[in-house]
Design a protein around this ligand. Sequence first.
Ligand SMILES: Cc1cc2nc3c(=O)[nH]c(=O)nc-3n(C[C@H](O)[C@H](O)[C@H](O)COP(=O)(O)O)c2cc1C
Length: 170
Amino acid sequence: MEALEAILTRRSIREYTSQAVPDELIKKLLSAAMQAPSAGNQQPWHFIVVTERNQMNSLADALPFGKMLHTAPLAIAVCADFEAARYPDYWVQDCSAATQNLLLAAHALGLGAVWLGVYPLEERMAGVKQILGLPEQVIPLCIVALGYPAAVPEPPVMRFDEARVHHEHW
Ligand SMILES: Cc1cc2nc3c(=O)[nH]c(=O)nc-3n(C[C@H](O)[C@H](O)[C@H](O)COP(=O)(O)O)c2cc1C
């Protein structure tokens, strides 16, 4: 799939078939995520790949809007390691860029995915940290739920809005 087509046709997918996502596709997703730009090329990200049903259910219970994790075959937690970061203030931008790459790669590979917000909500962060056994200096940005889409979603409404575009100054 061409890059612009992937960007313009991606949708959040919250229902999946039970088919497992093969390891080679997971590697492609992670390669796309790690190809993202980051401040000073610091690449502060770590990814926790989760497929065990107990872990998926625990994550679903920790995220009020993450109930699709009960049936998704795969989740990837996007986290940052502060100890390794040279420009720690930029970790959210860095990990968000990685997450968007991951979502677009999933779509291009015929998978469905949805970004589940964790940071900056303390309760969700504490729950995810405990379930995934994250070290003290590692902070979770989000969980991405993934699988093969159970249905073809409606194409997205185009969001381009001329009123949001300003030239030279506001
Ligand atoms: C920071 C962030 C947090 C999100 N958290 C959730 C969530 O907890 N549960 C969920 O179902 N979708 C979540 N989403 C997905 C949005 O609801 C979705 O991107 C938005 O409705 C636009 O739909 P689209 O992705 O199909 O274009 C989140 C998206 C972002 C960027």
